[in-house]
Design a protein around this ligand. Sequence first.
Ligand SMILES: O=C[C@H](O)COP(=O)(O)O
Length: 267
Amino acid sequence: MAGTSGRTPLMAGNWKMNLDHLQATHLVQKLDWTLRDGKHDFGAVEVAVLPPFTDIRSVQTLIDGDRLELKHGGQTLSEHDSGAYTGQVSGAFLAKLGCTYVIVGHSECREYLHEGDEAVNAKLKAAYRHSLTPIFCVGEGLEVRQAGEQVEFVLAQVEAGLAGLPAEQAKSIVVAYEPIWAIGTGEVATPEDAQEVCAAIRTKLAELYSGDLADGVRILYGGSVKANNVAAIMAQEDVDGALVGGASLDPVEFASICRYRDHLATS
Ligand SMILES: O=C[C@H](O)COP(=O)(O)O
């Protein structure tokens, strides 16, 4: 069952550079157990984990072996498919490890690895070459927000990232709006802040492609999402899920985020 919009919400846990492969296995087991215990409907709210590269094989083995309904993916990929690119990881390798998703353009990669819009665009294309679904991250820093220029800044990132991407590919993309000032700071954007930019992204997708395509694309919010604030964010019309950092490292908290509908029922 999908949400009222027809878009199936996605809760994706970006572990960043946390948890080794043994810790990863424990977390996935506990997450799955907690969700099942709460009778989670994985068809109604999709759940994915995005561990460091070194954990992915262990996570895949567990998910496949125990037939878990969790999805998994990578945190980035190379724009190249193979060759002399020391330290990089090909989308082909992620696909071989059963990855469904790959994050592209996370603000931490943009900042620490100096990934610009051109590289982000090349990585989105690389993801599609290997049938991976990109979680394409965009978001403004504090200065842009204080200047009130968040919408135009984010839309420029969206347009640059999607340049040359055909509709057959763009229709399956997941976009994640993550205001940088809200990442890991505890400073969550208000539901209205999230809605403003997510709605503008959807309008931009309609302009670049078509209204139908834009209606089907999932747009996530990310930035200090927790069990106690997720329901209000998910109540926004154009927010279709969350990209969760810190709170995804606690399986009980993350399971509670995935089960945000329970909070609605009890509030
Ligand atoms: O990818 C996830 C985001 O960077 C959000 O991280 P956070 O939930 O720790 O603020």
